[in-house]
Write a protein that binds this ligand. Structure first.
Ligand code: HEC
Length: 475
């Protein structure tokens, strides 16, 4: 701007020449460049071809910045997907490879574009030193026509070659120049106006409200809905869980199941559920269940052992008995058989698992057995699971070794009884009804039977085809 007469301290920051036509400007630019000036700039109402060369302005480095950030975004997308899919969460989905480029192109592409776009936007602003609050040129009245019909060339004082007199002479010598104007520093303060500060502070404080609300929402334990303009069914007469009811005589809102009834769709065959054949069904089932011929030697001890073990299994109170009361010989041994009370009514255990027994059942049973039972009973059922080995190694005084599943009396035990052992537990072994679904418990029973067969089977029981295979392998 022209110097303010009231303000002699104003600093000269450059010289500006005004032209009426682009050709004069271009010629002047050439001249300035040849004179060695570098802190120069030209302002035109429309883009002027060749002006960059005339002024010696080097091409912007923005494209390189964009390229670099684009590549960075692309490789970040690639790395992100590779690391998550191959290193952190290597899930095989539909037998596809963990990583393949085509599938990951979209994210790579998107991240490349995202980073490049951000680089263009921010890079342009930064390289142009934006945002600038004011430009001293805007205070020069003539400069307003730079967007209309005049062309301007400036040289800054910061230029090494700038000499007030010599530069002035150069400017005066420009052909077609219509005015040479001295540009002075902007005298106005660089301070941000107070209003902006207050608005800024106000907006920052308001911006804290959403995160604070979120924080409250996370930490609030109130049961009432927070802000609830549309209340719909939130307010109504209803019984909430675990609350007192004024409707029912017993004061319970949650209604217990009515004894002797089964909810619709929840019927489960009682035999499947308990492994016990109900009294009235016994004749019917007798047809279905093939009676095993009683074994001469195995029969008697099994009966005795059963009678003894069933007692505690039947009454859950058995678990509450203090440990000392239970003799360690609780295990089915000769002595244990002695206090057995044959009068105890033995439930009518179902003889053979009431499920379809096939290879799939056995596989399922093996799978579940290895998970739930093998830790104690051992993978082969010998009662030498790792937990037991460790307990014995540490000489744990209260440890009761798991029963060997190949023990004689277990060979003749009905399937229903073993199922009951898994379901409700027996003496020191806890029940697994909560962890293992009914069907799986039966599957385990069939697998235990298969395990036992590995010791009791005879060559005659092996199908001819498989026998042949075995013979071939044996040779
Ligand atoms: C935490 C260890 C442990 C696990 C797991 C375990 N058991 Fe047992 N099991 C025992 C012990 C101990 C006994 C002997 C209990 C006693 O004599 O007090 C036993 C006894 C038994 C018996 C003999 C019952 C009888 O009539 O004498 C059978 C059958 C049995 N378990 C089957 C299973 C099956 C099937 C599983 C898997 C669902 C299983 N156990 C899981 C510890 C375990």
């Amino acid at each position: 701007m022209a110097q303010d007469p009231n303000n002699p301290d104003q600093k000269l920051i450059g010289l500006m020449a005004q032209f009426d036509d682009p050709d004069s400007l271009l010629a002047a630019c050439e001249k300035v460049r040849k004179a060695g000036y570098t802190n120069t700039d030209a302002y035109t109402p429309f883009p002027l071809h060749g002006i960059d060369d005339a002024l010696g302005i080097k091409p912007t480095i923005l494209p390189w910045i964009v390229l670099a950030l684009g590549l960075m975004g692309g490789s970040a997308g690639l790395a992100l997907q590779y690391i998550t899919n191959v290193e952190f969460y290597p899930f095989i989905i539909s037998a596809k490879p963990l990583f393949s480029l085509p599938a990951n192109i979209p994210v790579i592409f998107e991240l490349t574009i995202l980073h490049a776009a951000i680089a263009v936007f921010l890079g342009m602003l930064l390289l142009n030193r934006m945002p600038t609050f004011s430009n001293p040129l805007f205070r020069v009245p003539e400069f307003a026509r730079a967007t209309d019909d005049k062309f301007f060339l400036t040289v800054g004082v910061a230029d090494e070659k700038f000499k007030p007199k010599k530069t002035r002479e150069l400017f005066d010598s420009f052909i077609g120049q219509t005015a040479v104007i001295e540009v002075f520093d902007d005298p106005s303060s660089n301070e941000i106006p107070k209003v902006f500060k207050f608005v800024g502070i106000g907006v920052s404080v308001l911006a804290l409200i959403p995160p604070l609300l979120l924080w409250r929402a996370y930490n609030d334990t109130a049961t009432v809905p927070r802000i609830n303009p549309i209340r719909d069914m939130d307010v109504q007469l209803r019984g909430d869980t675990q609350t007192v009811s004024h409707v029912f005589a017993d004061g319970r809102t949650m209604r217990p199941r009515i004894a002797g009834t089964v909810a619709r769709g929840e019927y489960v065959d009682p035999i499947l559920l308990t492994g016990i054949v109900p009294e009235m069904d016994q004749q019917n089932v007798a047809f279905l269940q093939e009676e095993e011929p009683p074994k001469e030697e195995g029969e008697k001890p099994a009966e005795e052992a059963n009678a003894e073990e069933d007692k505690p299994a039947e009454e859950p109170a058995a678990e509450e008995k203090p440990m000392e009361e239970k003799p360690a010989e609780d295990k089915p041994t000769e002595e244990a058989a002695a206090p057995a009370q044959p009068e105890e009514p033995e439930p009518n255990w179902v003889k053979i698992a009431p499920i379809e027994i096939n290879m799939a059942t056995l596989e399922r049973g093996r799978n579940r057995y290895n998970i739930y039972c093998s830790v104690c009973h051992g993978l082969a059922g010998d009662g030498d699971g790792l937990v037991s080995q460790r307990a014995l190694q540490r000489q744990e005084p209260t440890w009761v070794p798991p029963t060997n599943l190949h023990t004689d009396y277990l060979l003749t035990q009905p399937d229903g009884k073993i199922y009951n052992t898994i379901t409700n537990g027996i003496r020191k072994m806890k029940g697994y009804a909560d962890q293992i679904p009914t069907e799986d418990r039966w599957a385990i029973v069939t697998y235990v039977r298969a395990l036992q067969k590995t010791r009791t089977g005879t060559p005659a029981e092996i199908p001819a085809v498989e026998m042949k295979e075995l013979e071939i392998k044996g040779q």
